[in-house]
Design a protein around this ligand. Structure first.
Ligand code: FES
Ligand code: FES
Length: 163
């Protein structure tokens, strides 16, 4: 990035617990910052129209579509991608539940699904309330899967959210 570009801005933000400072152009999408600038390719590029959820990441704990979010707006905020879920070799409980419930096939949707489940888990804990199966389905309706038929993903989410 050309540092003296009139359309670039220096921003500082946190990704997976690590602080970054980068020049970003005003039109850059968050998904491009994450994948191309930071090399975190666990977040997938799908429709780029806010329809598939493959690009989902957590912004301060809540799921967003990174294909619809301008990178410049992450200044001062905390992003978590799927790479931030595991600790070394140890998987996060959402990832473990998805694997143990057979909720992963080709895997293209899986990081987005895990992000949405994590977002629901955070909200559920904040509200001290376990979501119903219908609410879990609604919470995942922004994430498309071509492989699993959704049942196993909903069961994995249910296991996590009922803990
Ligand atoms: S790539 Fe963002 S919603 Fe499909
Ligand atoms: S596991 Fe293949 S798209 Fe969901």
């Amino acid at each position: 990035m050309k540092k003296n570009s009139p359309i670039a801005k220096l921003i500082t933000f946190t990704v997976n617990g690590k602080e970054f400072t980068r020049y970003v152009i005003q039109s850059m999408l968050l998904i491009d910052l994450i994948r191309d600038e930071l090399g975190l390719t666990g977040t997938k590029t799908g429709c780029l129209e806010g329809e598939c959820g493959a690009c989902s990441v957590l912004l301060n704990g809540a799921a967003i579509n990174s294909c619809l979010f301008l990178a410049i707006n992450v200044e001062g905020h905390e992003i978590t991608t799927i790479e931030g879920f595991s600790t070394g070799e140890k998987m996060d409980e959402v990832q473990t539940a998805m694997i143990q419930n057979g909720a992963v096939q080709c895997g293209f949707c899986s990081s987005g699904m895990a992000v949405s489940i994590k977002s629901m888990q955070t909200r559920s804990r904040n509200e001290s309330r376990i979501p119903t199966r219908h609410e879990i389905q609604k919470g995942l309706e922004g994430n498309l899967c071509r492989c699993t038929g959704y049942i196993k993903i909903i069961e994995a989410a249910g296991e996590i959210l009922n803990k």
